[in-house]
Design a binder for this molecule. Structure first.
Ligand SMILES: [Zn+2]
Length: 410
């Protein structure tokens, strides 16, 4: 019985700690009184939790706010130097590694080019390992201060005892990416599909902030998506939910990079748009990006370019309309470098197509917006994975009389 009572007290203490830390994290800076109102915990309970967090260096006092006629209140914030997280984006054309502090401010970054047609596993693993070493050196950070590394990959990520990546486009068949990286680093690793990490970035800091049900459509050379359902990413049975790019929009249509016919990606991915326009295959990312930008710029004077873009908006609206019918989101966010380029010109046409290709009731509830985050959205989102772990399981201080955890920051 005594053991049970002890674990219940510990559970409650941990629960309060998580609730207060998460509330502070998402509404920084905050006073103890505001945290009490936001969490439903008493000011005394909040004060007890905050005392621990201050002692451990996770939280810091940053100033005062005036209260209505009362005494000024102390403002609390996360201590950005308590620890660090790293985000990795295995993109179509480059690997990007970003180091963030606990306030999610970028502190160092590294980039390595990738052949868009070939993602050789050993090369990807080597580049990630080099990137981790490089950002820690550039940021002057002790690896012991790193809470974890999040990695966004283009493919289905099967979460299990061993994380496996199925990237059909790049012929990655059950690649044990975590095990391969273990030969180079002992840092905690989280691996997730890149569209899902971008979805999480939008939910934390972008156009999906404060939305409970959001669909994020990521368009680059290919097309990905993620669904945020009741504030968490919907995974499905084997973590492949929201493979929007490989839903069929034309039965027996154009050949897709996945091998099937008529996928959405075979019409609205940048590679497919350029191919439909008659451009030769782009040898590098910058070329593909500049070629798509040139196509969009030509649409005012070229009926051929205008027709390709009009068809693109139509197909993208079909895909988004299906998302709206199936998922009933509050917001659909269009992002990725090609998504932002296309959306700048085509958003009204995409909305109109989505309206014609969905039921009016769910369409009326859904806004379709462009991403507010830049090209670093995937690395930012990847870095939120270890951050999410930290906010859900912050270390408990030692019992009274024991030694408190050391401040982690370098
Ligand atoms: Zn496909």
């Amino acid at each position: 019985m005594q053991h049970r009572r002890r674990s219940t007290v510990l559970d409650l203490r941990r629960e309060n700690r998580v609730v207060v830390l998460q509330s502070l994290y998402f509404s920084r800076p905050s006073s103890r009184q505001h945290l009490s109102a936001a969490t439903g915990l008493s000011v005394t309970s909040v004060t007890n939790v905050v005392r621990d967090l201050l002692d451990e260096g996770i939280v810091t006092e940053v100033g005062w706010e005036n209260s209505d006629g009362g005494r000024p209140r102390v403002l609390l914030d996360i201590n950005p130097d308590y620890g660090y997280v790293i985000g990795v984006d295995i993109g179509e054309t480059r690997i990007r590694v970003d180091l963030f502090d606990l306030a999610m401010t970028e502190r160092a970054k590294a980039e390595y080019p990738l052949d868009p047609a070939e993602h050789e596993v050993d090369e990807v693993v080597r580049d990630i390992a080099s990137g981790l070493t490089a950002v820690l050196a550039d940021g002057g950070i002790d690896p012991a201060a790193v809470l974890g590394v999040g990695i966004g990959v283009p493919g289905i990520v099967e979460q299990g005892p061993e994380v496996l990546v199925h990237g059909q486009t790049y012929r990655w068949d059950a690649v044990p990416l975590e095990r391969l990286l273990r030969e180079h680093t002992s840092l905690p690793l989280r691996i997730e599909n890149c569209a899902k990490t971008m979805g999480q970035a939008e939910f934390w800091a972008g156009a999906g902030h404060d939305m409970r049900n959001t669909a994020v459509v990521l368009i680059g050379s290919g097309v990905g998506a993620s669904l945020i359902s009741c504030c968490s990413t919907y995974q499905g049975t084997t973590s492949s939910a929201a493979e929007l790019g490989h839903t069929t929009v034309v039965a027996g249509g154009r050949r897709c990079r996945c091998g099937s016919l008529g996928c959405l990606e075979a019409y609205v991915g940048a590679e497919a748009i350029l191919d439909r326009y008659g451009s030769t295959a782009a040898p590098s990312a910058e070329d593909e990006e500049s070629m798509l930008a040139a196509l969009i710029a030509a649409a005012d004077s070229s009926p051929a370019a205008d027709a390709v873009l009009a068809e693109t908006a139509e197909y993208l609206g079909v895909g988004i309309g299906s998302l709206i019918n199936l998922f009933n989101p509050e917001r659909v966010i269009l992002g990725g470098w090609a998504g932002l380029l296309l959306g700048g010109r085509l958003l009204p046409a995409i909305r109109e197509s989505a309206r014609r290709n969905s039921l009016w009731h769910p369409f009326a509830a859904a806004s379709i917006e462009l991403s507010k985050l830049g090209p670093e959205a995937v690395t930012f989102g990847a870095a939120t994975l270890p951050m999410e772990d930290f906010l859900s399981r912050p270390p408990l201080p030692e019992p009274a009389g024991g030694e408190l955890p050391k401040r982690r920051g370098a």
